[in-house]
Design a protein around this ligand. Structure first.
Ligand code: IVH
Length: 751
């Protein structure tokens, strides 16, 4: 009899009991295996239990338990990690490097809140590990997920269950509780692990953070179980009820529930106290026994945290004050120029290898030509005006995971005959002129798609993780196909014609080094799979300057389809050109005004340009609509519209690509239940209960768009005392005008 037949006679009540029994038994077996390292049953018995559990669940899907053992990656079952969509996004933190940045943070908060009374912060170490979100339902751990891109992470539940610091169940917790914190490894455990790895001939890790990440992301949870991982809780995600009224109390509550939190958390009532605690933690850094890379300050009052809310990727109510980076001195052997996908020429220092903070560094960035020459982008001296020459003794620094930088140079050790570095004025790859636009610190190759370096970087970006993410077509393969004479890939559309061209070609890919019949078939299949692509991925993949993943998502959500987006881009083109010309007029006007000591009348210069170029009203409307999208500023908008312009050089390549795709899928609209979701709002007059910035952020968080001026597209005007022409314009257009009281009711809270 098969397992399925055996469960065929179970009643629903019996099935429920049976699932509970199986969960407990499998749980016990896991515990014995992973934690105690003393298995009580054989692998075959274990597999039989899991099969029976799966069979009962298949027959009664509704009875599947939140802690179902079938969601565990069990003994010997190597599956890829599933994806988890975070109920609340996992964000990162804004960084402060100087004390002045902390001051600015506090000032900004106060201005945003319109608050000059006492303000308390928590200050605690920033753990250098990897973030993890733990979901508890009814007090039971049901899911653990990595941060991923912040919206979707990897399901590492089975692995997280093997970490002793992570409680499997909680008593007295809210019914739904997501605990967030950091998985890390102590220095002692890291050293012991590396010694063990070395002995057994396995790979060693560069630092505790990498070791923790490598250990958590093991497909076989037994390996994770054997690694000494630890967990500190420092926050939360979705909640069914509040944990406390303040950050500090909420952390105490987490401790009460059985979590470990960093004991160095303090309440600070002034900026001086924050900085004092920072210095104290910095002094203890070397003896803590685990890596930290700064101190996090958080507004203590959770009501204020709610009001402050979030920007695109970071909360307004917290900041990470980073420790100064680690330093080392070495010799600059040479300078290479790399050409990026937008044509930027980036100087890279080739160094005599040196260890900086435990990692061997042989390359570092030199930023741009001004940096090498010893001046900043405004022409003022940096490093006391010392330039950097090949052969110099240079200081290298590294902060966290960022690319190492060349920071300083020692003139007393400069070799005789060293000459100032001459930054190339032509592209080292295609020979086109490399120019600097006014105000841009970066020199860029003007070759566009004819520049092989730009084209190949664009393709690498195109297939990268947040973009088309084509399995089997990574950086190495792109470099290979790019220079292939028989079956070249030089633009995105050619990825999708590869299989057809291969079929028509005698020298098959499958006959080449590194490719077999199976791997070629798999490659073609994974390319074909991507003919269906999400709009936001497509947009990000195009590699348009200033268009990152977050903005791609915002654009995709706003327009909903490729056709709508490209239609808007075409419509907005004349207005975007007028905007650019306005920028130029403004620069010229400022210079002229400065020269003859006049006051600047920038708006007039701009207005004159707009009047002269007279973009049609539809174009202005499309342009304003684009600018009204949260996260889209004029710089990005100009870049998007001019790059994709109908007769521009890139458009043909993009159109060719689109022809190769089968379906461009619309993004999920964030479900919004707010009464103002989707509306276009205009604020005018003074608001008394919140600042304009807060009102705008709140409106956007509730799914509304906020525009600066009233037009036929406006849905609602919020008019405070002193409202003038905008309220009148709204009335003339028959648009609803409300006061601040009514706005508070609509937007909720903060009354
Ligand atoms: S609070 C909304 N507190 O640092 C994000 N984060 O650079 C609130 N981190 O992804 C994060 N120690 O994983 C917070 N004490 C701490 C932290 C901490 C480490 C990590 C966190 C976050 C990253 C941001």
């Amino acid at each position: 009899m098969t397992e399925a037949q055996k469960v065929g006679t179970l009643t629903e009540t019996e099935a429920r009991d049976e699932l509970a029994r199986l969960a407990a038994e499998i749980g016990r077996a896991n515990e014995a295996y992973h934690r105690l390292d003393a298995p009580e049953i054989t692998d075959a018995e274990y597999d039989a239990l899991k099969r029976r559990n799966a069979a009962v669940e298949a027959r009664f899907p509704a009875l599947k338990r939140p802690d179902s053992p079938s969601d565990l990656v069990g003994a010997g079952l190597a599956e890829g990690f599933g994806q988890v969509r975070h109920a609340q996004r996992m964000l990162s933190l804004e960084n402060a490097f100087e004390e002045e940045d902390v001051s600015k943070f506090v000032t900004r908060l106060r201005a945003y809140l319109g608050h000059d009374g006492p303000l308390t912060f928590t200050a605690e170490p920033k753990i250098d590990g990897l973030s993890l979100s733990l979901r508890y339902e009814g007090g039971v751990l049901v899911q653990a997920a990595t941060r991923g891109d912040g919206e979707t992470g990897e399901n590492v539940t089975a692995n997280a269950r093997t970490i002793a610091d992570i409680p499997q169940s909680l008593a007295g917790a809210p019914d739904l509780l997501e605990v967030r914190g950091e998985v890390y490894m102590s220095h002692a455990d890291f050293a012991a692990l590396n010694a063990r790895q070395q002995e057994t001939g396995e790979k060693t890790f560069a630092n505790p953070r990498n070791a923790a990440a490598g250990s958590l992301r093991q497909l076989d949870a037994r390996i994770t179980a054997a690694r000494p991982l630890r967990f500190f809780a420092h926050g939360w995600g979705e909640l069914s009820g509040p944990l406390a009224e303040t950050q500090f109390q909420a952390v105490e509550r987490l401790v009460g529930l059985g979590f470990r939190t960093d004991p160095r958390i303090r309440l600070c009532r002034t900026e001086e106290e924050m900085l004092a605690h920072y210095r104290e933690i910095e002094e203890q850094r070397a003896t803590l026994g685990y890596d930290i890379d700064g101190v996090v300050y958080k507004v203590n009052d959770l009501g204020l945290q709610r009001r402050l809310g979030f920007r695109a990727a970071t909360p307004r109510w917290a900041i990470a004050h980073k420790f100064p980076a680690e330093l080392a001195w070495t010799r600059l052997e040479g300078i290479d120029i790399q050409v990026g996908r937008t044509g930027a020429l980036s100087p890279v220092a080739r160094l005599s290898p040196v260890t900086v903070g435990g990692v061997v560094v042989s390359n570092a960035t030199l930023h741009n030509e001004d940096y090498i020459a010893g001046r900043n982008s405004a022409g003022a001296p940096i490093r006391n005006g010392k330039d950097i020459r090949i052969g110099d003794w240079v200081q290298v620094y590294r902060a966290g995971d960022v690319i190492p930088k060349v920071a300083d140079v020692e003139l007393t050790r400069r070799p005789e005959g060293a000459v100032p570095y001459a930054f190339p004025e032509t592209c080292p790859d295609c020979g086109s002129p490399a120019i600097r636009e006014p105000g841009d610190s970066v020199r860029r190759c003007t070759g566009g798609l004819i520049c092989p370096a730009q084209a190949v970087e664009k393709l690498k970006h195109f297939v990268s993780r947040g973009a088309f993410d084509i399995e089997g077509l990574g950086v190495k393969q792109i470099e290979m196909f790019f220079v292939d004479d028989l079956l070249p890939i030089r633009k995105p559309a050619e990825i999708f014609t590869l299989a057809a061209r291969d079929a028509a070609n005698l020298a098959k890919i499958a006959n080449r080094d590194g490719f077999g019949k199976r791997s070629t078939e798999k490659l073609f299949a994974s390319i074909d799979e991507r003919r269906v692509i999400a709009l936001e991925r497509l947009l990000f993949a195009l590699g348009i300057r200033h268009l990152g993943e977050v903005a791609a998502k915002d654009l995709a959500r706003h327009y909903g389809s490729w056709e709508a987006l490209i239609g808007a881009v075409d419509a907005a083109h004349p207005a975007a050109l007028a905007h650019l010309a306005g920028d130029e007029a403004e620069v010229a006007e400022r210079a002229a005004a400065a020269a003859d000591g006049r006051r600047v009348e920038v708006s007039k210069a701009r207005a004159a340009v707009w009047e002269h170029l007279a973009p049609p009203p539809e174009s202005r409307a499309a342009w304003e609509d684009l600018l009204a999208i949260e996260g889209v500023g004029a710089v990005l908008a100009v870049s998007l519209v001019t790059t994709l312009a109908q007769d521009g050089p890139e458009r043909e390549a993009v159109d060719d690509l689109i022809k190769q795709l089968r379906e461009i899928t619309a993004p999920e609209q964030r479900a919004m239940e707010s009464p103002i979701a989707g509306l276009a709002l205009v604020f005018t007059g003074t608001l008394e209960r919140m600042t304009r910035a807060e009102a705008k952020a709140r409106a956007e968080a509730l799914g509304a768009r906020v525009a600066g001026s009233v037009s036929v597209k406006t849905d609602l005007v919020i008019a405070g005392p002193g409202a003038g022409s905008k309220a009148k314009a709204a009335e003339a257009l028959g648009i609803r005008v409300i006061d601040e009281d009514e706005w508070s009711r609509l937007a909720g809270g903060a009354g």
